[in-house]
Ligand binder design. Structure first.
Ligand SMILES: C[S@@+](CC[C@H](N)C(=O)[O-])C[C@H]1O[C@@H](n2cnc3c(N)ncnc32)[C@H](O)[C@@H]1O
Length: 393
């Protein structure tokens, strides 16, 4: 018997009751159609007695779908305090099955939520064909969808967080274009860094699409629901960071021969020799392009590159994208000559770099003094914000 919810005010009434006008800054687009909310829970394969973590629950549409599907425990992570009262309302109706975490998902280790819960479903070994009775689900804000999926794929690759319990499936919404990139096959225009990062550690599937018109307010794009099932064995043996770095450089030059991107992995004085050595070792045509490379070729390239980094200490400095202080100084000197558009882009990149620096300080040990780089980056981001404000006035 499914443990259904008692009658509740309709979602639309709920939003009026609690005066929940969507905030643009948090990319809030609510899914008001309960049929779609139920469809998400169904495609996530939530069954009776499963445990679920929902990210960005908002007014609780998908939350209702998950509870109706019979989850025996649901933990929601929501950053906006305006949603806490309506979520509490739902939690009361859910008969002790629902718990609210008023937190920023980007700074929350979701694996900790159930760590001290002795009654959680049993862990299932990664080599087992069965999946644990656990799920992570979310209709994510578009602006945090990309950093969040990278964080989760990284955790998956290290089998940490909720992935300590086994191959916990992840069902998330993305702008349709991003959803297509995540699931993109070889030789398609949509093939990109994120396709490789998602597909080497999981099997992402675009389970259905949702028209933008189903959201309030309506976003300018349609949405794709993607379910990721972690692979028993990742298709690439190197660390997540090495593969990510390789993909970042190779896809950065997606219109050019693969050789061009590979060269940027190394310090200039060794780029020709090292890129040539790597391509020969992997038997890859230097004039092919990134989108035509298959997963096996990415595995060979990442492993070959990793070996090069072990044998040539100088090659290591490129393990991360965040540039050194010297490069940062150059960028600082270039300030004051930019348009609003290019500043926005620069700010976005600098913020992404900063997140990476904060998350992976150990990756910097051979390169630069971590604290210095982090401090310099924070200042740089502040300066760019000021510049941007000035261009708007
Ligand atoms: C696109 S809305 C979706 C709301 C709801 N799940 C739905 O489908 O109607 C995204 C939700 O994520 C929340 N959110 C935004 N940034 C967040 C963050 N960093 N951590 C947790 N929640 C966040 C927003 O407040 C909002 O409620």
């Amino acid at each position: 018997m499914k443990s259904r919810l008692p009658p509740l005010p309709a979602l639309r009434d709920f939003i009026h009751m609690y005066r929940l006008r969507a905030k643009k800054i948090l990319s809030q687009n609510y899914l008001m159609d309960m049929n779609i909310n139920r469809k998400i829970a169904k495609h996530a394969k939530v069954n009776e007695n499963d445990w679920v973590i929902e990210i960005g629950s908002g007014p609780g549409g998908i939350t209702r779908g998950i509870l109706e599907a019979g989850a025996s425990r649901l933990d929601v992570v929501e950053i906006d305090n305006r949603f806490i009262p309506p979520l509490q309302h739902l939690a009361e109706a859910a008969d002790s099955r629902m718990f609210i975490h008023h937190k920023d998902a980007l700074r929350t280790e979701i694996g900790d939520i159930w760590k001290k819960e002795p009654n959680r479903p049993s862990s299932v070994p990664w080599h087992d064909s069965k999946l644990p009775q656990m799920h992570v689900i979310g209709n994510l804000p578009f602006n945090i969808a990309s950093p969040l999926i990278i964080k989760y794929l990284r955790d998956m690759s290290y089998r940490r967080g909720v992935w300590e319990y086994g191959r916990v499936p992840l069902t998330l919404t993305f702008q349709l274009e991003v959803a297509k990139r995540l699931c993109s096959p070889i030789a398609c225009d949509t093939r990109s860094r994120i396709s490789i990062m998602a597909q080497y550690v999981a099997e992402p599937k675009l389970v259905f699409q949702i028209s933008g018109s189903c959201f309030v307010p309506r976003p300018q794009v349609d949405v794709g629901v993607v379910r990721f099932v972690p692979r028993k064995t990742p298709l690439v043996k190197t660390s997540f960071e090495v593969l990510e770095k390789l993909c970042r450089q190779v896809f950065h030059y997606r219109q050019k021969y693969v050789e061009k991107g590979l060269k940027t992995l190394y310090p200039p004085e060794m780029e020709n020799e090292m890129a040539d050595e790597l391509l020969k070792k992997c038997r890859i045509d230097p004039t092919t392009t990134s989108i035509k490379l298959g997963m096996e070729q990415f595995a060979d390239l990442a492993e070959g590159y990793n070996e090069q980094c072990i044998s040539h200490l100088d090659a290591r400095y490129i393990l991360i994208r965040a540039p050194s202080i010297k490069l940062l100084e150059e960028r600082l000197r270039a300030r004051g000559t930019e348009t609003e558009e290019s500043l926005k882009k620069r700010l976005q990149h600098a913020e992404e770099d900063l997140v990476e620096i904060e998350k992976n300080p150990t990756l910097f040990d051979k390169v630069i003094v971590n604290d210095d780089l982090e401090r310099a980056y924070k200042e740089f981001v502040d300066l760019l914000r000021e510049d941007l404000e000035k261009t708007k006035k």
